[in-house]
Design a protein around this ligand. Structure first.
Ligand code: FPP
Length: 262
């Protein structure tokens, strides 16, 4: 049995201490936008002598638990790296399996997203993605579009460099048409042409499974984001691990290149 935060009821004692820690969180300083690189589905499955796809399915289920936990902490948006522009290099069977997950996941999760007032968004390119995948994501976006609570943003067929290339192409087009002067291109204008134009920059980046790299994720947007890494594989990343990351975030001193206390 899971409660509304996705914690197992059998872990009652542990759960109470999490609840206690939740109440100790500074609600004024919960990260507004958390970006997550959900790594380690394959290694989690390997560890259990299970096929990789079982790891991906478990990882998918975990999105549900972590969405609930982030929502109950008062997070404004989470962006999940679900499929990168580089993931096409994987064996076709695995790619096909990953392409089927949004359909399975979102169909089952939409009623709960409606209840929680959560809006689904997506960044990444639809081109090259099977119709059934685009349709599933499109349906979830459409059905949740009037929800005003947390944003659940999937990065799907997404690459940070590709995103910047597309933004540069759009701006170059405007210059060519004579509607934009090159000297008027500034950081704000570039940000407005990124796929995340409607989202605040992430306050916290989490990567699971021990790798300490960005893997082409949100390269522009993470310039002043706080990073938090854990060895835990994504399927084992719990509400408590999320809480640990947020607690660490709250101890950071974000200076944005300025001086302490300014
Ligand atoms: C990284 O683990 C994970 C991925 C490339 C895919 C992440 C996808 C999900 C968690 C499910 C997506 C679900 C929806 C609804 C979009 P890995 O396979 O690279 O693990 P490894 O590094 O241990 O091999």
């Amino acid at each position: 049995m899971l409660d509304k935060l996705g914690w197992k009821k059998s872990h009652k004692v542990q759960q109470q201490s999490i609840q206690q820690r939740m109440t100790n969180l500074n609600l004024e300083d919960v990260p507004n936008h958390i970006a997550i690189i959900m790594d380690g589905n394959g290694r989690w499955a390997n560890k259990k002598a299970l096929p990789r796809f079982v790891g991906h399915r478990e990882g998918m289920q975990n999105i549900r638990r972590i969405t609930r936990a982030a929502n109950s902490m008062g997070v404004g948006a989470i962006t999940l790296y679900a499929f990168s522009t580089e993931n096409w290099k994987r064996p076709s069977k695995e790619v096909e399996f990953l392409m089927r997950l949004p359909e399975e996941f979102l169909t089952a999760f939409i009623p709960e997203l409606m209840e929680l007032n959560i809006r689904v968004e997506m960044i990444g390119e639809q081109e090259g993605v099977p119709d059934y995948t685009n349709r599933a994501i499109g349906k979830a976006r459409e059905e949740t579009k009037n929800n005003t609570g947390m944003i659940l943003n999937f990065a799907f067929n997404y690459g940070g460099r590709r995103e910047i290339v597309l933004a540069v192409q759009q701006l170059a087009q405007l210059v060519q048409e004579g509607t934009l002067e090159p000297q008027d291109i500034d950081e704000d204008l570039i940000a407005q042409h990124l796929m995340t134009s409607k989202l605040p920059e992430p306050d916290l980046l989490i990567r699971t499974s021990g790798e300490i790299r960005l893997s082409n994720f949100l390269l522009w947007q993470l310039a002043y984001t706080e990073f938090w890494f854990t060895d835990v594989h994504w399927p084992e990343f719990t509400a408590e691990t999320l809480l640990e990351a947020v607690e660490s975030f709250q101890k950071r001193n974000r200076r944005y290149g300025g001086l302490k206390g300014e």
